[in-house]
Design a protein around this ligand. Structure first.
Ligand code: VAH
Length: 316
């Protein structure tokens, strides 16, 4: 069976539903510190679980005979800056609990998400390579960079089959965003439909690597299903799909909602965005395990507008 820790988060929610579709509802146990979306809670087993609670993690793994763990729980870049030690402890302690379970042979495969937040102001901004200078300036980025080093260490020293992807900003409509710097690219769709206008907390030219949720879920499933020998990078793979600025995204929305207005009031998240790359080179992922994105800016924008309209109708 599969256990997803942090199953009620932005990625965890859709990852749980996709894995249940693939493996069967009863084969995928969802867990989080609080209950989540209806369709997640209704479609299969759920456990209340704090990702730093090692005894409880072991108890759940024992109870359901778990063999694979997707550790999706983390405190993201913006929230993490407000509670640095909480972010560090959550992001790192949870990873150690799972890596040790792998080392003991209790579980036999692990997915752990990294992020473009591992890059910093000294990283080349355009087409950032897989191996490059990485001096992250956020606690979240530091925790993900350290985590990558530990994943590679446990693979090399103990043969732990842990696989990882450096997610860009993920855009989706089924759940609200989780306290990241890229959240503007989700909020803008809700505001465009509800109010016809949006005040962006990033500047108009803040270019960031982004990806529609379905691409992120596909990449996660693909890397976990790839034969072990094809997963050559055991720190974490660069992954890329689209890159755009708030201004470019607003123009794309205006093709559907001509009267949509955007204004800019950069806050502390602008500095975080400026420390990250504008675009990513993900050649190794494409070559090693056949990664290919499906959603470009146009397709993502129209799917997001339809999806947000649908969720607003359901809530109405
Ligand atoms: C964040 N959405 O903004 C996350 C992600 C690359 C961005 O790690 O913190």
């Amino acid at each position: 069976r599969i256990l997803i820790i942090g199953a009620c988060g932005q990625i965890g929610t859709e990852l749980t539903l996709k894995l249940r579709e693939i493996h069967g509802n009863e084969e995928v146990v969802a867990s989080d510190i609080r209950e989540g979306a209806d369709d997640l809670m209704k479609s299969g087993p759920f456990e209340i679980l704090n990702a730093t609670d090692e005894p409880k993690i072991r108890e759940v793994i024992e109870k359901y005979n778990i063999k694979q763990v997707y550790l999706m729980a983390a405190m993201l870049s913006a929230t993490g800056e407000k509670a640095p030690m909480l972010a560090w402890n959550l992001n790192i302690d949870s990873l150690f609990h799972i890596l040790h379970l792998g080392k003991e042979g209790v579980i036999d495969k692990i997915f752990w998400p990294s992020s473009i937040a591992v890059f910093g102001p000294t990283t080349p901004k355009d087409d950032t390579p897989q191996i490059t200078a990485m001096e992250p300036t956020t606690v979240y980025g530091i925790s993900k960079q350290t985590g990558e080093r530990w994943c590679e260490y446990f693979f090399n020293k103990f043969g732990v089959d842990v696989r990882s992807i450096r997610y860009p900003g993920i855009i989706s409509y089924k759940t609200l965003p989780g306290g990241g710097t890229t959240d503007y690219a989700i909020e803008i769709f809700h505001e465009a439909i509800k109010n016809g206008s949006y005040t962006s907390f990033l500047d108009k030219d803040a270019a960031l690597p982004m990806m529609f949720m379905d691409d992120a879920i596909k990449a996660t499933v693909d890397i976990m299903e790839a034969p072990a020998e094809k997963v050559k990078v055991r720190s974490s793979y660069n992954l890329s799909a689209i890159s755009f600025t708030p201004e470019v995204l607003a123009k794309e929305i205006q093709k559907h909602i001509p009267e949509f207005k955007i204004s800019y009031e950069p806050d502390f998240r602008q500095q975080i965005a400026e420390s990250w790359p504008s675009s990513i080179d993900d050649t190794p992922a494409r070559e090693d395990w056949g990664w290919k994105h499906q959603y470009d800016l146009e397709k993502m924008t129209s799917v997001m507008l339809d999806g947000v309209k649908e969720t607003l109708k359901e809530k109405a």
